[in-house]
Design a binder for this molecule. Structure first.
Ligand code: AMP
Ligand code: ZN
Length: 469
């Protein structure tokens, strides 16, 4: 597998630090509102990368944070007259709902910044002790950027160019900095803001320190992959590297992956310009699987344009796959249960070529655009090579192949028909009759049929009770 590393600006062979295991950190959203479709892009593309690596047999430890202390959260809390945690908890819950709709797997850990303050204080203390940070008069702690000689290695910026740019960026309150390039690790509380005790002042952490701390706590000092949107390369990820490597004395992350931006109708997404959609907005018009499919139809490093036409095209594309699987299921119901013919064996062999094509695309820096093309080619192949005369084993194997590749992309292409309550009860009655007639084979068969649909039976003194698993 090869991945494009922002650090080297090259595609590199992927070799994890520990064989068979991948430790991966993806910067998560700031939770002050419903997530927008731009936020959904890193969630979907890196979830797909995770699924692919799991498919290849890696154990993936995936950590993604929720930034739950931030100016925007505090502002919203003050507007609503509630505690900031009310706002962040509300939008964490909403974000989890959207992730579920998008079929984004839950991370191994989803840490929250406010629950990791002790770790942040500890890392800041280490940075001060090692001479990489200093405390200003009002208790603000700054990272001494020039003390970290590799600063700029991720964004490929030169410290002196940065310095000339930073001069004009000086804002009020920042005049205590020894150098305009220094950035905040800890800042004093302001009226009406949440705060924590610290050795320097009552206050709260800067944004960058949270990811350095959470990544180390849950994944260790050296991790394989750190990812996020390309806007995070500078300053967020550059600052994370400075903090982590200065504190730990080790390389922070081996591979840095960044997704390009999602635009709307070829313009930057912006609330004020009126071209802004939350994931929830989209869910009112489309199944969120369509949004996921749309996001994966481009390579994650290519800018992606969102438009009504492109979403319609995505809907049709996804339907080509789901209807192929639907047809296979329809044929499977009636298909003959016999051995494969030589010709069918040959068909199966040919179909495997599409798996190889899919893997080749994904091995090339998670090229989901080409991987989805491989699924389409497989669908076309299946549509021409499977019919009512095909045997069960062939239809089943072809279906499993399409479902497996789609599943790696996190696409649900097989609609499970919900069994109705009335049908369940009719089957339970039939089972009781069968038992009375001592036809235990039939009774067990019914129990198995129901179990396959996720229905659990319980024999009680009052009769048979059932529940959905
Ligand atoms: P934020 O809540 O702004 O920190 O963003 C959370 C994640 O969404 C980060 O990885 C951002 O880089 C990413 N992101 C924000 N806007 C977009 C966009 N328009 N396109 C792609 N990714 C985005
Ligand atoms: Zn981060």
């Amino acid at each position: 597998m090869r991945v494009y590393n922002t650090l080297s600006k090259k595609k590199e062979d992927f070799v994890p630090i520990k064989e068979g295991e991948v430790n991966m950190y993806v910067c998560g959203p700031t939770v002050y509102n419903l997530i927008h479709i731009g936020n959904a892009r890193p969630m979907i593309v890196f979830d797909t990368a995770r699924r692919y690596m799991e498919h290849k047999g890696y154990k993936v430890n995936y950590v993604s944070n929720f930034t739950d202390v931030d100016d925007k959260i505090i502002k919203k809390a003050n507007e609503e007259g509630v505690d900031p945690s009310v706002i962040s908890e509300r939008y964490i819950a909403e974000c989890r709902k959207d992730m579920e709709g998008l079929n984004v797997k839950t991370a191994t850990v989803h840490p929250k910044a406010t629950e990791e303050i002790d770790g942040m204080i500890e890392m800041i203390r280490t940075l001060i002790d090692k001479g990489h940070a200093y405390v200003a008069k009002d208790g603000t702690v700054y990272f001494k950027t020039r003390s970290f000689k590799d600063y700029g290695k991720l964004s490929h910026k030169n410290l002196d160019d940065l310095r000339s740019g930073a001069r004009s960026l000086l804002v009020s309150g920042e005049d205590q900095k020894e150098d305009p390039l220094d950035f905040v690790l800890w800042k004093p509380k302001k009226e009406g803001e949440p705060y924590w005790e610290s050795p320097w002042c009552e206050g709260r952490p800067g944004w960058h320190i949270e990811c350095s701390v959470m990544s180390r706590k849950y994944l260790g000092e050296e991790i394989d992959i750190h990812a996020g949107g390309e806007d995070l390369i500078f300053p967020h990820h550059e600052n994370e590297i400075a903090q982590s490597e200065a504190a730990n004395g080790k390389q922070f992350a081996k591979y840095w992956l960044h997704n390009a931006f999602l635009n709307i109708d070829n313009k930057k997404m912006s609330k004020s310009a009126g071209n802004f959609f939350t994931v929830r907005d989209i869910s009112e018009k489309y199944d969120l699987q369509v949004l996921r499919f749309f996001m994966l139809s481009a390579h994650y490093r290519s800018p992606l344009n969102f438009s009504a036409d492109l979403m319609e095209a995505a809907k049709n594309g996804l339907e080509r796959i789901t209807s192929c699987v639907g047809n296979l299921n329809f044929m499977l119901d009636k298909a003959a249960d016999r051995e494969l013919t030589d010709e069918e064996r040959e068909t199966l062999k040919q179909a495997e070529a599409y798996i190889a094509k899919f893997d080749e695309a994904m091995d090339d820096d998670f090229n989901t655009a080409d991987a989805i093309s491989a699924i389409f080619e497989l669908v076309k192949f299946v549509n021409t090579h499977a019919d009512e005369q095909s045997c069960k084993a062939l239809l089943q194997a072809l279906k499993e192949e399409i479902v497996m590749l789609s599943d790696i992309c996190g696409l649900i292409v097989e609609k499970k028909e919900e069994i109705l309550d009335a049908d369940i009860e009719a089957l339970i009655r039939e089972r009781q009759e069968a038992r009375k007639a001592k036809n235990f084979a039939r009774a067990d068969e019914i129990r198995d049929t129901l179990a396959a649909q996720g229905i659990i039976l319980e024999d009680t003194r009052e009769g048979v009770k059932w529940k959905r698993a």
